[in-house]
Design a protein around this ligand. Structure first.
Ligand code: ZN
Ligand code: ZN
Length: 429
């Protein structure tokens, strides 16, 4: 699952919007407000978005006020300002963080506001900047944001991550198209994968949620102790802690409101045991980590910990990522997605985790979601870790699924049962 923290974006200008496009944009905004965060009358909304997302954010804002929000606040950010910092700021300044932003978000969370994050990134934005500087800034940001992030990570607030095309991102996905064509095409893919193109998008989401729940329920009944992954370059055993909970699309906030944290979503996921990961796993798609692309990589685990990493591209960044803290070298999330998911069927590489993770089985390095362990939301860090849950400043999903991937679930006697063959569910299919 993609966490509530998503940063950066660069340049879209939608000229001559067709009526159907505007209608789609409004339907998308309605989905984010009514299904995504499921805003209740009287709740404030905080939106974080790239500056180019203004047309979408305006629709979201209007919809939220219609739904009874007393106030909508927006924090815009700009890829070009992030880039300028690494190009021009003093070398010893990358630990500096705007504390007021973390304080404001924490105050919103404490009040029970709801959060929409619009994710849109230039996958190559910081690729040629010094990885040490980028890592220092990211680590400082993660540290400052940790008190706020504890809220969405344990579903104490309703939150939702959606997306929108940024020119540099659209150009990366559709390199042969013109700037305008690539953005329209990416919009089209987003609308399709988010079911905005359906006659009744809200109803379509309800049906989709029920379908995903069939699989999470099945896995919750089976109570596997270990998963065994096999595929090209992959032979990995992952422990599932006692009390693990398989989740899908829908979450419930502390105040009892159901919401959908990621749109699109195709995954069924839980947490891994922080001490039981053994073997090697190979990535199946590139990973965009904070503006740097990591590609064609393998991670070897022993006793839960990543002990070796190799990457054809971005190896230094991958190394920095797992060295962030003790938990960043361990698995926080295990997610199953069939190779035939609609996003995978599009055949596109999105270079954006929100999309690529929903086209592929994936794992996350770092922090586990508290709500994926029985009683996890009420545990302190030590109790959570003792129960097998992982803590870290980071939560980074990376894609490992492919049409060659086989996965078995193992019971307490290590007896295997097929869950996936050739990247497809063998159960509840
Ligand atoms: Zn996931
Ligand atoms: Zn995740």
């Amino acid at each position: 699952m993609e966490g509530a923290l998503a940063i950066s974006g660069a340049g879209i200008n939608i000229r001559g919007m067709s009526k159907s496009f505007v209608e789609s944009l409004q339907a998308y905004a309605r989905l984010a407000v009514h299904v995504g965060v499921n805003l209740q009358k009287g709740q404030r909304l905080m939106v974080r978005a790239p500056i180019e997302a203004a047309p979408l954010v305006r629709e979201i804002t209007a919809c939220a006020y219609d739904a009874g929000a007393p106030l909508v606040s927006v924090l815009y950010h700009d890829d070009q300002l992030s880039l300028a910092r690494f190009q021009h700021a003093p070398k010893d300044s990358f630990e500096t963080f705007p504390e007021w932003q973390a304080d404001a978000l924490l105050a919103c969370a404490k009040r029970g506001d709801v959060f929409i994050t619009v994710s849109g990134t230039d996958p190559d934005l910081l690729g040629s900047q010094n990885p040490d500087d980028v890592a220092a800034a990211m680590r400082s940001g993660q540290k400052h944001m940790a008190p706020f992030m504890a809220y969405p990570m344990s579903d104490r607030v309703a939150w939702c991550v959606i997306s929108m095309p940024i020119p540099a991102w659209a150009a990366k996905v559709f390199p042969r198209l013109s700037a305008e064509e690539s953005q329209l095409k990416l919009w089209d893919r987003i609308f399709t994968t988010c079911r905005v193109d359906q006659a009744d998008p809200v109803q379509a989401w309800k049906e989709h949620i029920v379908n995903l729940q069939l699989r999470s329920r099945y896995l919750n009944e089976r109570r596997f102790q270990t998963l065994h992954y096999r595929g090209p370059g992959t032979d990995l055993r992952l422990g599932l802690p006692a009390g693990h909970i398989w989740k899908s699309a829908e979450s419930v906030s502390t105040s009892g409101i159901t919401f959908v944290p990621n749109m699109p979503t195709e995954e069924v996921f839980t947490l891994g045991d922080r001490n039981r990961a053994d073997g090697v796993v190979k990535s199946s798609k590139p990973l965009n980590y904070g503006g740097t692309l990591i590609d064609d990589f393998s991670v070897t685990f022993s006793g839960g910990k990543a002990v070796q990493v190799t990457a054809k591209k971005g190896e230094a960044t991958l190394r920095k990522l797992i060295e962030t803290d003790e938990g960043s070298a361990r698995i926080g999330e295990i997610a199953l997605v069939p190779h035939s998911s609609p996003i995978s069927k599009s055949g596109l590489l999105f270079y954006n985790t929100l999309f690529d993770e929903n086209a592929s089985c994936h794992l996350a390095l770092g922090k586990a979601y508290r709500f994926t362990l029985e009683g996890g939301k009420e545990m302190d860090d030590v109790t959570f870790a003792n129960a097998g849950g992982n803590n870290s400043l980071v939560h980074v999903d990376f894609m490992i699924g492919s049409p060659e991937m086989d996965i078995d679930g193992l019971d307490e006697h290590d007896r295997p049962e097929p869950i996936m063959r050739h990247g497809e569910w063998t159960v509840v299919n």
